[in-house]
Design a protein around this ligand. Structure first.
Ligand code: SDX
Length: 434
């Protein structure tokens, strides 16, 4: 809970001399906030912050980021510790419940998720309506949005039990939905979930098993997948999470809200960057051309940006990118793959980080810079990279959505604007128009 701070911020309207005292709220750690909820009522003015660079949209206890220090905490636990010592379902439990589970709680949660991984069989027909070459993120938007047509017994957002059932269904079914989107694009049969497998193992099985041969699980890849899911689970009020919160603030059902989050994540400035990084590295092709692309990235007249670089919050190394790069080396080594794209990416990072433009703007690799290289090594096509991001981020979106619904101060999100269109004017009949 936020704490009111005795300090206030004084605001003076220089035109009238009116003075306003704005309350300050303190959190547990990180910047305090100036409470402007009464600003319009008292001053007749809105704040103005397109892109929300200085705006807190909510109070949350889920995830804390210190962008200057490159720190990421989930319910107080460092992402590095969780990635090394925990599992994705344990992190999911932590995000949803606020504490790490004890042995019995963990086993019960894993059992519940495991037994919700199957999809309503009629949804198979839904897939058949898509073109085979549909982008899998388009299929994810469609299928997840349609879940409320199949699971309407868990759409009553005012019923805590229904909210919990919908949450577990989404965490459990996203790997199945994602794997089916991939299989559909290949023209291969769908694989049903296997309950004796772990969450990450089951995901790999549904993605890559074929009826014609026994699927051999690679424990290094299963561990790498579990770690990838942990690294992407939640990240404060990013664009897709804010989309889920705004959609949910109107009372929309959780399936529709998560579909909205998937749509927002797809953008190349956000979760779509992992696919864009690999496309960029393939286009650059050789380290001799890196300088040409760094130059393009610095050119204000060129829309090109260094994909996988920069972040709204991190002005230091994204801690997830560091773990991702370590995982990269492990996976490539285990698979005996010498991917020139990894060397190219590391050379890209080195040259960019030596350039004044990137140093001055504190532009570092973010979570997307190395993830594509691991996923490519694991056998994923680049159009599946953001799908994997969506599978992992679903638990973060759901935890943030639940936190919003349970917030007693929650209201429908309805920003205002600075209007710069025409003032009121009379209607002109068409025969009198120029
Ligand atoms: C994710 O929000 C989250 O938490 C997101 C995420 C999550 O887990 O949910 O972390 C996941 O989305 C990671 C980001 C993936 N996107 C990319 O890698 C795309 C490339 N990055 C950029 O598009 C950009 O860095 C953003 C979108 C990530 C951040 O943009 P901001 O915060 O709006 O920063 P900005 O545009 O104000 O940039 C500040 C300056 C500008 O230059 P000046 O106007 O000051 O001269 O830095 C420049 C920008 O032009 N800049 C870049 C750059 N990123 C910023 N220049 C070249 N290449 C880049 N990548």
């Amino acid at each position: 809970m936020s704490k009111s701070n005795s300090a206030t911020f004084s605001l003076i309207n220089d035109a009238t001399g009116d003075k306003y005292a704005l309350p300050v709220l303190d959190g547990t750690v990180g910047p305090s906030v100036i409470d402007v909820r009464r600003l319009y009522a008292e001053t007749g003015h809105f704040t103005y912050d397109p892109g929300y660079t200085s705006t807190g949209s909510c109070e949350s206890a889920l995830t804390y980021i210190d962008g200057d220090e490159g720190v990421l905490l989930h319910r107080g636990y460092r992402i590095e510790d969780l990635a090394e010592k925990s599992s994705f379902l344990e992190v999911a439990y932590l995000l949803l419940n606020g504490e790490l589970p004890n042995g019995q709680e963990r086993d019960s949660f894993v059992d519940t998720i495991t037994h919700h991984t199957m999809l309503h069989e009629q949804l198979i027909n839904f897939y058949r309506g898509f073109r085979r070459d549909a982008h899998p993120m388009a299929i994810m938007c469609g299928v997840v949005g349609a879940l409320s047509a199949f699971y309407h017994d868990s759409t009553d957002i005012n019923d805590p039990h229904a909210r919990m059932v919908a949450s577990y269904r989404l965490v459990a079914k996203m790997p199945t939905i994602a794997a089916m989107a991939y299989k559909y694009s290949l023209g291969q049969p769908f694989n049903y979930p296997q309950n004796e497998l772990s969450y990450a193992e089951n995901f790999l099985y549904m993605l890559f098993a074929v009826p014609a041969e026994k699927y051999v699980m690679n424990p290094v890849l299963a561990r790498a997948m579990d770690r990838l899911l942990i690294l992407h689970a939640d990240h404060e009020q990013n664009a897709s999470t804010s989309t889920v919160r705004l959609a949910g603030s109107s009372g929309a059902n959780p399936f529709a809200c998560i579909a909205a989050g998937i749509a927002s994540l797809w953008g190349p400035a956000h979760g779509g960057a992992n696919e864009a990084v690999l496309n960029m590295l393939n286009e650059v092709g050789h380290k001799d051309r890196i300088g040409e692309y760094v130059k393009k990235a610095k050119d204000k007249d060129d829309p090109f940006r260094l994909m996988g670089f920069g972040h709204r919050v991190y002005k230091n190394y994204d801690p997830r990118a560091k773990v991702m790069m370590q995982s990269c080396h492990e996976v490539l080594e285990d698979l005996g793959i010498d991917d020139p794209l990894l060397d190219l990416a590391m050379e890209f990072e080195k040259l960019a980080r030596e350039d004044e433009y990137f140093i001055e703007r504190n532009l570092y690799p973010n979570v997307d810079f190395y993830s594509g290289i691991i996923l490519k090594a694991m056998g994923f096509p680049s159009d599946m990279f953001t799908v994997l991001f969506a599978v992992a981020r679903t638990v973060g979106w759901i935890a943030q959505w639940q936190e919003m619904i349970e917030d007693p101060t929650q209201k429908i999100g309805r920003p205002r604007q600075l209007y710069t269109g025409p003032d009121q004017r009379p209607y002109v009949p068409v025969e009198k128009r120029g």
